[in-house]
Design a protein around this ligand. Structure first.
Ligand SMILES: *[C@@H]1O[C@H](CO)[C@@H](O)[C@H](O)[C@H]1NC(C)=O
Ligand SMILES: *[C@@H]1O[C@H](CO)[C@@H](O)[C@H](O)[C@H]1NC(C)=O
Ligand SMILES: *[C@@H]1O[C@H](CO)[C@@H](O)[C@H](O)[C@H]1NC(C)=O
Ligand SMILES: *[C@@H]1O[C@H](CO)[C@@H](O)[C@H](O)[C@H]1NC(C)=O
Length: 476
């Protein structure tokens, strides 16, 4: 590891996560110090630089956002603080996927902040929502709420992906698009850019959740209606349509390209977060998805439209902790290798355990920092990696480094180690390269279940203001 000592460039290593070795140093530290522990295993890492397998764009890691917060006054009033804006800007460029689960849109109404402050997001719907200004229902969206939300989205450098509900049907069974039209009329009059649209939130679950069955043929008609609708607006005529959306893919699924993915349910145990089978379950979903889209005449890229560790708001005390990084970094790595076009993280900001930023006090959780690192370091061509000896529990990915701070030819290798013994990466292929090391480690006394993370690195990394105005809780 003598190449570690020269700290100029151009090889980067992003490292999260590993299991704590009782009393022992972490694997990289032991590698650097050549502090041989009897158990450690040395892996020879070979990156196949002869050809890239795919390419990831700057919006590969994007955000999902629960629309229910938008109409809530305390959200509008208090949440887009300067702190939240800084946290969001650090993740730009990104798309933000918002699913418009609104029952009413009241374009001419503006919220009067003093009247409905402090209402919880679960407040019930009023009888005549557009007349009753005093009641702040989740399902009633008012003009200025929508405008303020979008002004913030634009300010932080994000783009809106707006999903409409298609559960409201006309007597003849076709989609009643009047609410979508009302929202588009307003949005276009206010010059709110909307780059992408999609229709229906997991329609494959409608029969279970709302006793509504929408056949694939009907869904196609709904999409045609949406296409005709957006074509009426010069601002949106060139916007793209995404979909259809599906929750799980198994071998009986029919072709879909827009996939919701969770590894577990919200009652998951810590073992599920660290289980190789959990990580590998994503591979099988992606492989099925890829097979399905390939049989269509015009194959579309696969998108993980809503994804996080565990469904149902996340697993308490796990999804917002350091150990969630295993699932998250691996999801980004596998998705990149398989050519998934975008990964929409559920969710940027909410009260759920898996949120990148918690709504209660605008606290970033460990996956937030991991996401920032990923976005700032990883972009462009994706390369295959071979390990010798091979071990599925040591998961190593390679990508071009994002340009800006780094220059063409710079490579980033990122990895996580599910083994309980340290792994030493031997990078003989890059003997002459210099290294910047970014290592996320548990940041508090709860170890692998830490709420905090520390970013460790070599002095070169620490010295520069790459992360300004973000301050990592721990940094050396
Ligand atoms: C949207 O605007 C068009 C053109 O002004 C108008 O004809 C239509 O009725 C509006 N739609 C709704 C739902 O208000
Ligand atoms: C979690 O809940 C599901 C039902 O939603 C159940 O099938 C499963 O066994 C539960 N898992 C654990 C670990 O309790
Ligand atoms: C990992 O998950 C698989 C499949 O769910 C299960 O069979 C296995 O027992 C799990 N292993 C551990 C260590 O929990
Ligand atoms: C999460 O942690 C809190 C505080 O330590 C505890 O009260 C709660 O029971 C834990 N929840 C679960 C599901 O383990």
């Amino acid at each position: 590891m003598k190449w570690m000592r020269d700290l100029t460039l151009p090889l980067l290593l992003l490292y999260c996560c590993d299991l704590p070795t009782p009393g022992g140093p972490s694997s990289w530290i032991s590698g650097i110090q050549a502090d041989d522990s009897p158990n450690e295993v040395t892996y020879n890492v070979k990156v196949d630089l002869s050809a890239s397998v795919h390419e990831i764009g700057g919006r590969f890691l994007s955000m999902s956002f629960p629309a229910k917060y938008i109409p809530v006054q305390w959200y509008v009033q208090y949440c887009w603080t300067e702190k939240l804006q800084n946290l969001a800007s650090a993740l730009s460029p990104a798309d933000i996927r918002v699913l418009g689960k609104f029952q009413h849109f009241c374009p001419d109404q503006n919220v009067e902040p003093s009247k409905i402050q402090g209402r919880s997001p679960n407040a019930g719907a009023p009888q005549d929502p557009c007349k009753n200004k005093e009641v702040g229902s989740d399902f009633v969206l008012r003009g200025n709420q929508w405008q303020i939300f979008n002004a913030n989205v634009a300010k932080v450098g994000w783009s809106l992906l707006l999903g409409f509900e298609n559960t409201k049907r006309k007597a003849d069974g076709s989609w009643d698009s009047s609410l979508a039209e009302l929202l588009l009329n307003y949005s276009s009059s206010k010059d709110i850019p909307i780059g992408y649209f999609h229709l229906g939130n997991e329609p494959n679950l409608y029969p279970v959740h709302i006793r509504l069955t929408i056949t694939p043929k009907t869904l196609v008609e709904d999409y045609k209606t949406l296409r005709r609708l957006v074509a009426k607006y010069s601002l949106y005529a060139a916007s793209k349509l995404y979909g259809p959306d599906v929750t799980t893919l198994d071998k009986h699924s029919t072709a879909r390209n827009y996939l919701t993915h969770y590894y577990c349910k919200n009652n998951a145990s810590m073992e599920e977060f660290l289980n190789l089978s959990s990580l590998e379950s994503l591979r099988s979903s992606i492989e099925i998805g890829k097979t399905l889209v390939q049989v269509t005449t015009n194959p579309l890229p696969l998108i993980l439209s809503e994804t996080s560790s565990c469904a149902g708001g996340g697993a308490p005390n796990l999804s917002g902790r350091y150990l969630a990084g295993f699932l998250w970094l691996d999801k980004l790595g596998l998705s990149a290798v398989y050519g998934v076009k975008q990964v929409f993280r559920q969710s940027f900001f909410s009260g759920a355990a898996y949120s990148l930023v918690l709504i209660s006090d605008t606290t970033p959780q460990p996956d937030y920092y991991l996401s920032v690192l990923y976005k700032r370091l990883v972009e462009g061509p994706v390369f295959r990696v071979n390990l010798n000896p091979s071990n599925q529990k040591l998961r190593v990915y390679a990508n071009c480094a994002k340009q800006g701070k780094y220059t063409p030819g710079d490579l980033v290798i990122y990895y996580l180690n599910l083994e309980e013994i340290p792994a030493i990466l031997s990078l003989d292929q890059f003997q002459d390269a210099d290294l910047d090391l970014y290592m996320l480690t548990p940041g508090d006394s709860e170890g692998i279940k830490s709420r905090e993370v520390k970013l460790r690195g070599n002095p070169r990394v620490a010295a520069q203001s790459f992360f300004f105005p973000l301050f990592f809780p721990g940094f050396f």
